[in-house]
Design a protein around this ligand. Structure first.
Ligand SMILES: Cc1ncc(COP(=O)(O)O)c(CN[C@@H](CS)C(=O)O)c1O
Length: 398
């Protein structure tokens, strides 16, 4: 049996989405900027896709959503655009973000630090969350941007975006959230969150890889990252990948409607809890960041005495796909920086395994995964020279 439990890395394109995309390869294949019928034929479905995107994040009709290649491009567009507008051409020189952001945020911020910008990386608290008050305490007169993720990709922890949005509005500071791991898992409302910018990627909610979006609130200036043609009103040059844009719009429609979010919060959450609770019955295991206030599909579990990479190899041999943390850091055998930030000791930082489920997982798959995981832990702990578990009288030895 094959069981895919790495949906925070990427998801399967929903077959229904794939059907929506097909016509734009060999039938309606014109360039949307061409004036003839071959180009104009793409417009109805592109407009429908935009409608789905606006509805999915509750954007106002006058706001902008520009189509990018992925969340990384969207994030760089915001951070570097604000740098140009508010720092190079303004009187600001400070950005507030967090220690547990995705590298797309932290690396872009480190690039700006190399250009002389001051960046504050906020720590998470003992519950693995960035506190709104901590953001407030770190906003200065020259703060150009606050950028805090909506949901952490490794732990699933949800951050107080609406509270932070109120703080930024009162302080008149631009606010961006990387919502890549929130869309399709929890309700994302850009207006309630008082966001000026938001980034997302279609392949996290059963859309195609290679397409994402940047939300820009009406009236907020943002210098483009890419210059060239007049696509997206000059806000993002380059011919739009029509099929992917249509796919992202439809995936947003399927993933963010009321029934879909209820399914995530019930069915997917129940499967995640079933898997997590079975692993927590093993001695010396714990959920990094704690179990409260998380996306319904994610668990990052430390299993003392079991190297994350060794566990992944065992799982892969049995048809199960998971990760030790974000896929983009999977080749890096250094201790997981996010786990370090969440306060786990150095050994724990090497023993984390991330399981991230989706609406396509079944209870049968989860029960199989539990059996494989428990057997893998037994095998790997028995092999471990450094792990010696002395069971208390009421615990079975492993
Ligand atoms: C919160 C967050 N923000 C940005 C990105 C980047 O998405 P792209 O579509 O690759 O550009 C990701 C992708 N995180 C994957 C791959 S590193 C993970 O395994 O966690 C993310 O989780």
């Amino acid at each position: 049996m094959e069981v895919y439990l790495d949906n925070n890395a990427t998801t399967m394109v929903d077959p229904i989405v794939f059907e929506e995309m097909k016509p734009f390869f060999c039938e309606t294949y014109g360039n949307p900027n061409s004036l003839h019928r071959f180009g104009a034929g793409t417009h109805p479905k592109m407009m429908e896709a935009l409608d789905y995107l606006y509805t999915g994040i509750n954007a106002d009709d006058e706001d902008d959503i520009i189509i990018t290649s992925n969340a990384t491009e969207s994030i760089n567009t915001v951070i570097k655009g604000v740098w140009v507008d508010e720092i190079l051409n303004g009187n600001k020189n400070h950005i507030v973000t967090s220690e547990v952001e995705h590298p797309a945020v932290t690396a872009a911020c480190r690039f700006l630090e190399a250009q002389g910008v001051s960046v504050t990386y906020l720590p998470v608290n003992e519950n693995g969350v960035i506190e709104a008050n901590t953001v407030k305490e770190n906003i200065k007169d020259d703060t150009a941007l606050v950028s805090i993720m909506w949901a952490n990709n490794e732990t699933g922890k949800l951050f107080p975006i609406e509270e932070i949005g109120k703080i930024c509005k009162e302080a008149n500071v631009l606010f961006h959230s990387d919502a890549t791991q929130a869309i399709g898992k929890v309700l994302v409302d850009v207006q309630k969150a008082n966001l000026d910018f938001m980034s997302f990627s279609a392949h996290k909610f059963h859309g195609p890889k290679g397409v994402g979006g940047t939300y820009i609130k009406k009236g907020v200036k943002l210098t483009p990252l890419l210059h060239g043609g007049e696509q997206m009103g000059g806000k993002r040059a380059g011919t739009v990948d029509v099929a992917s844009m249509v796919g992202m719009g439809y995936a947003m429609h399927l993933a963010t409607n009321e029934m879909a979010l209820a399914y995530e919060d019930n069915h997917v959450r129940k499967l995640r809890d079933r898997l997590e609770n079975a692993i927590l019955e093993l001695p010396e295991t714990l959920v990094i960041g704690g179990t409260e206030n998380r996306t319904p599909n994610t668990t990052l579990i430390s299993i003392r005495g079991v190297e994350g990479e060794s566990m992944l190899w065992d799982l892969n041999q049995k048809g199960i796909g998971a990760s030790t943390g974000s896929a983009c850091a999977s080749e890096d055998l250094e201790a997981n920086p996010v786990m370090n930030a969440f306060g786990s000791d150095s050994e724990l930082a090497h023993t984390g395994v991330r399981f991230s489920l989706s609406r396509f997982n079944t209870q049968e798959q989860i029960d199989y995964a539990i059996e494989v995981i428990v057997n893998a832990v037994k095998r790997l702990r028995n092999l471990s020279s450094s792990y010696a578990y002395a069971p208390k009288s009421h615990e079975s030895g492993l």
